[in-house]
Design a protein around this ligand. Sequence first.
Ligand SMILES: CC(C)(COP(=O)(O)OP(=O)(O)OC[C@H]1O[C@@H](n2cnc3c(N)ncnc32)[C@H](O)[C@@H]1OP(=O)(O)O)[C@@H](O)C(=O)NCCC(=O)NCCS
Length: 186
Amino acid sequence: MARSTSIEPPARRLTDGTVALRLRRASDLGAIAAASHDPETRRWLDDEPMDEEARRTSLARADEAWRNGRGAPLVIADAVTDEPVGIINLQFRSDDVATVAYNVFPENRGRGIAPMAVQLLAAWALSDLRVKRLILEASDGNTASIRVAEKCHFQYVGTRTETPEDGEQQHTTVVFALEGLNSALG
Ligand SMILES: CC(C)(COP(=O)(O)OP(=O)(O)OC[C@H]1O[C@@H](n2cnc3c(N)ncnc32)[C@H](O)[C@@H]1OP(=O)(O)O)[C@@H](O)C(=O)NCCC(=O)NCCS
């Protein structure tokens, strides 16, 4: 699923003085790859852990996501040192509906980084990209991610339960949404 047009990277620096959202660089890949193997990341995110091939093609795949309108993959950086502390991505479902997904590197969790990053991303998406509806989904057991949705004032939409055919355990997802001002204008 994608937008019908490419996505322009932010024209201004997205920062609140504590964190900044910026494009992915080669120097970020070690930290991104390490975090992709973290057990909490593996538990809650569907992405495969990064192997050598995924690491080699990471920047090209990120560029392609912007170009083909599929997503806006960004790094969450420390606003002072510019060091990466996590990743955040906007994934488009249509021209004006997108979901937000994030991972804060293990050593940086519990400092309010994800809520700051989500709020910066949401403000940019709803204004500059004219997204009308931003969706945030978390597994029902992922208390930390549900807290992020609440702290960012997303509205609770409901739950969705999937029953895998292979006899695996049912999986329930909690869905939140943030509506853009322009959603009321049609
Ligand atoms: C979910 C996640 C992004 C939250 O990011 P964060 O920057 O730590 O967010 P916060 O600091 O606001 O903490 C959110 C909640 O995490 C929990 N938390 C607090 N300290 C924590 C720590 N050191 N480690 C893990 N979780 C912690 C608390 O429940 C906290 O809520 P509270 O502030 O009401 O107590 C992060 O835990 C993470 O990357 N988890 C693994 C990947 C993941 O689940 N991604 C989201 C998929 S939907």
